[in-house]
Design a protein around this ligand. Structure first.
Ligand code: NAD
Length: 260
């Protein structure tokens, strides 16, 4: 269990990050919440999940596209919790367009948030983990860290980058108590994916249900969404003693997507 440990989950005000934060809290970890939008409701959900262990949450709204704000987040983490034991790099955004029409500012934002922020949080928080002799870095990449899809050049480039970065830091920490791994989800029904379902429904003039089936049918053999809770359980496994020697993997939970 994770009693007394502290976890920073970036982008934990919504979707996958919120689900992972709830599962880690249920195992006893204190949670530093980050992300945009309302933070009160997510913090309450996380605190409820960890109520049996009396866990506490804190919140820092750093915009992860800004290096100085990530530095402020790391300083806040140290002030609030002394040290972060578990870093879950989860925050991410999506934009779809063919490469020649891809807005330059969207490319820059996706690379900054989905890839460069992972470098910055890691370089800032890894030293204390190494000093403590235990730590976990879990990078939420994507099945798009392993395979491509049309109209997602920035996202796929960033997520392949996250998988590569994960391998390098796993090697650099291989003889320490810090493990570094990536998780590669297929479709998860979060606001990020709902936007893509809405766009499909509009493009084809079909219902939301039909668009959801179309989205799953195109790529995901299981035709079911992975849930944030399931991803949280995988993260919790990586944090458990049984995960001590899992290093540098890109572990998909994608309904068979990458097996095709
Ligand atoms: P989401 O939109 O529900 O949540 C994203 C979170 O990141 C939110 O808390 C948001 O506030 C935060 N965020 C966005 N930009 C930020 C910034 N600049 N600074 C700080 N926080 C920021 O999305 P989600 O589907 O839960 O995605 C979470 C992660 O999982 C992303 O990295 C995404 O690429 C990845 N992922 C999602 C799916 C899926 O199907 N939903 C599949 C594979 C991978």
């Amino acid at each position: 269990d994770l009693i007394g440990k502290t976890a920073l989950v970036t982008g934990s005000t919504s979707g996958i990050g919120l689900g992972i934060a709830q599962v880690l809290a249920a195992r006893g970890a204190h949670i530093l919440v980050n992300g945009f939008g309302d933070s009160q409701a997510p913090r309450q959900l996380i605190e409820q999940a960890g109520a049996a262990h009396g866990i506490r949450t804190a919140y820092h709204g750093a915009d992860l596209s800004q290096v100085t704000e990530i530095e402020a987040l790391a300083a806040y983490a140290e002030k609030e919790f002394g040290r972060i034991d578990i870093l879950v790099n989860n925050a991410g955004i999506q934009h779809t367009a063919p490469v020649e029409a891809f807005p330059v500012e969207k490319w820059d934002a996706i690379i900054a948030i989905n890839l460069s922020s992972v470098f910055h949080t890691t370089r800032l928080l890894l030293p204390a983990m190494k000093q403590a002799g235990w730590g976990r870095i879990i990078n939420i990449a994507s099945v798009h860290g392993l395979v491509g899809s049309a109209e997602k050049c920035a996202y796929v480039a960033a997520k392949h980058g996250v998988v590569g970065f994960t391998k390098v830091v796993a090697l650099e920490t291989a003889t320490t108590g810090v493990t570094v791994n990536a998780i590669c989800p297929g479709w998860v029904l979060t606001p990020l994916v709902q936007k893509q379902i809405d766009a499909l429904a509009e493009k084809h003039g079909i219902s939301e249900d039909a668009a959801r089936d179309m989205l799953l049918g195109e790529k995901e053999p299981s035709r079911t969404f992975t849930t944030p809770q399931e991803l949280g359980e995988l993260a919790a496994f990586l944090c458990s003693p049984a995960g001590n020697n899992v290093r540098g993997v890109a572990w998909n939970m994608d309904g068979g997507w990458a097996a095709q």
